[in-house]
Design a protein around this ligand. Structure first.
Ligand code: ARG
Length: 591
């Protein structure tokens, strides 16, 4: 089933082409109406076309309406204002669409996969090894995960890539410290030293490197060894990576994101192709030596003084950079993975890096002309003071601590709402609500703006929050069990429906909202914006709430009850699909 808005766009667009005798597609610009008084959708494309043709827009609109055939979808089509076309969806169409969604047993709610499937690489999370993940990584991890889910749901071939920071000069000192700890503990290279505090480990290595010449010498030997492929240092490096992985895997598990070790393809994976990329750019004349460093100067990039801005790919001491690795990664993804689109999810501060990366890659044909490249950015998470979120002592907040705190705070919400539950049940709900709240509040913010992180706001039972949405789910679900208790066979009643009977405005509003789910999914995917989906779900929950308050379900007469049961069932399914399948936010059975 296609979203209604797409069908209408097609039909009106065809009618526009017809009235002006054109083979070209004329955009109909169909939008949802802001005011239901004027119908459900509005086509705004006539005005532009009239201007182009030098015709009166209202007259042109009337001509379009004359030949427009949407009788299978709309009950009324009207010209309004300077030349809008207002479209009102018919009850028959709503009815048949609801029944179609209901009869889809695949769990897809009758949402089709796209015709043109793409192979899409989504690069997200990318924690840095031997550093604790902090709140900045939260956004990349969950936004990237949602984008991956959206695109795979739409039928694309999604390849997740976790570009972990597991290579670089800092590994000399880290390996040197690791070796020291290991030998102090009397361990050989086959046993693992437990790095319970990555941040402390990193700081200790740095302090020793700066103060202890003997240690610094070992660190230099280690980095040289790593670069020349020395097995001894490689083993310790691998051990550090493995220890770090334990930390971020635990967080992925808690956040319920779908990244696994198989998706990991970090900076180290490209270490042997960096020189080749640099040589390729040098040989083709795209890269030049400037101040001893190998640089590319992509067109249109200037510094404050108006001088060309370099994309540095090799330093004068021949070390490679973040940029070099990203070029090698681009090449690998296009050539080996067959990526037709690559989506990078990082904070907005990396905007310039990715703009330059895209420009250089395109110019050097590392990204093909047809390769779609997107940098999906997000703003900073702020504390109450409006400054970047930090601990009281000014340190980065560890993601693990933040998530634990969310779960603790959620426990008091559960306690207040449902004190009679068992301890075990309370723990599970607190986990779902706490983690759900952190994820949902992030998703529901427009990703490009900074937002103030507030436990109180995200755990509120009212408003566009996870607990409100989870509660809404629990409430719809409870209707079915209540029906059972009353001896009502809801499934049989729903199955008996030949035509949905929508008498009340609340029923109709809810029904129309249910039909808009595919539209919400598609626009959220197209703009890489999870908040389109959370907004939709929130609106659905609100419409359900008005319906439920005004239209009794179980005590309704036989005329209305099957339809109302169907509306409840489809609301439950849609909310669950959005929350659990796409946003991967767990919904407790009860709250
Ligand atoms: N490790 C990087 C960071 O913490 C993120 C990696 C993003 N991906 C990329 N291909 N550069 O900022």
């Amino acid at each position: 089933m296609k979203p209604i808005i797409e069908i209408l766009e097609d039909r009106v667009s065809q009618a526009l082409s017809k009235v002006c005798n054109s083979q070209e597609k004329q955009p109909a610009l169909v939008r949802a109406s802001a005011n239901p008084k004027f119908g459900d959708y509005q086509a705004n494309g006539v005005m532009g076309l009239a201007k182009k043709l030098g015709k009166n827009p209202r007259e042109l609109a009337a001509e379009v309406v004359e030949i427009l055939d949407v009788s299978d979808i709309c009950e009324s089509v009207e010209v309004a204002g300077p030349g809008f076309i207002n479209l009102k969806v018919s009850d028959d169409f709503i009815s048949s669409s609801l029944l179609e969604i209901n009869s889809d047993e695949s769990g897809r709610l009758a949402i089709d996969e796209v015709d043109k499937k793409e192979r899409i690489v989504v690069d997200y999370s990318g924690p840095n090894i031997a550093k604790e993940m902090h709140v900045g990584h939260l956004r990349s991890t969950i936004i990237g995960d949602c984008i991956s889910e959206l695109y795979s749901f739409l039928g694309h071939d999604v390849i997740r890539q976790n570009h972990i920071g597991d290579w670089g000069t800092q590994f000399g000192m880290l390996c040197a410290l690791y070796e020291r700890k290991r030998t102090q503990d009397g361990l050989d290279q086959n046993s693992q030293v437990n790095l319970s505090d990555l941040e402390a480990f990193y700081k200790e290595a740095k302090a020793l490197y700066d103060s202890d010449e003997k240690f610094a010498k070992t660190a230099r030997a280690a980095i040289a060894g790593l670069h020349s492929g020395d097995e001894y240092w490689k083993k310790d490096w691998q051990a550090i990576v493995n220890e770090s992985r334990k930390h971020y895997s635990e967080i992925y598990g808690k956040l319920n994101v779908s990244l696994s070790q198989e998706d990991e393809y970090g900076e180290s994976a490209y270490k042997d192709s960096l020189q080749e990329v640099v040589d390729q750019l040098k040989d083709s004349g795209k890269a030049v030596i400037s101040d001893g460093a190998v640089c590319v100067f992509p067109d249109g990039f200037k510094n404050k003084e108006g001088e060309p801005l370099p994309f540095i790919i090799q330093k004068s001491d021949s070390a490679f950079l973040y940029a070099t690795t990203d070029l090698a990664a681009m090449k690998y993804r296009v050539e080996k993975l067959g990526a037709e689109r690559i989506i990078y999810v990082t904070d907005a501060r990396q905007m310039l890096h990715f703009k330059m990366l895209f420009a250089v890659s395109r110019d050097a044909n590392i990204a093909k002309e047809a390769t779609k490249l997107a940098h999906v950015t997000f703003g900073t998470m702020l504390g109450d003071d409006g400054k970047p979120f930090k601990t009281r002592s000014g340190e980065n907040v560890k993601l693990k601590d933040l998530l634990n705190e969310a779960v603790d705070k959620a426990r008091s919400v559960v306690e207040a709402k449902n004190p009679q539950l068992s301890q075990e049940e309370k723990d599970l709900i607190a986990e779902n609500v706490g983690i759900g709240a952190v994820k949902y509040s992030d998703y529901s913010n427009n990703r490009t703006t900074d937002y103030i992180f507030s436990f109180d706001k995200m755990l509120a039972m009212d408003g566009n929050t996870a607990p409100y949405m989870q509660y809404a789910c629990a409430r719809v679900n409870s209707i079915e069990s209540k029906a059972k208790e009353k001896g009502i066979d809801s499934q049989a009643e729903i199955d008996s429906i030949k035509k949905v009977n929508l008498l009340e405005t609340y029923e109709k509003e809810l029904a129309k909202q249910l039909l808009k789910y595919s539209e919400a999914i598609k626009t959220a995917a197209a703009d890489y914006r999870p908040n389109y989906l959370t907004n939709y779900l929130y609106e659905l929950a609100q419409k359900f709430s008005s319906f439920y308050t005004n239209c009794p379900v179980l005590i309704a007469d036989e005329n209305s009850r099957p339809t109302r049961l169907l509306l409840c069932k489809l609301t439950a399914k849609t909310l669950l699909h959005g929350l659990e399948t796409i946003l991967r936010i767990k919904v407790p059975q009860q709250m």
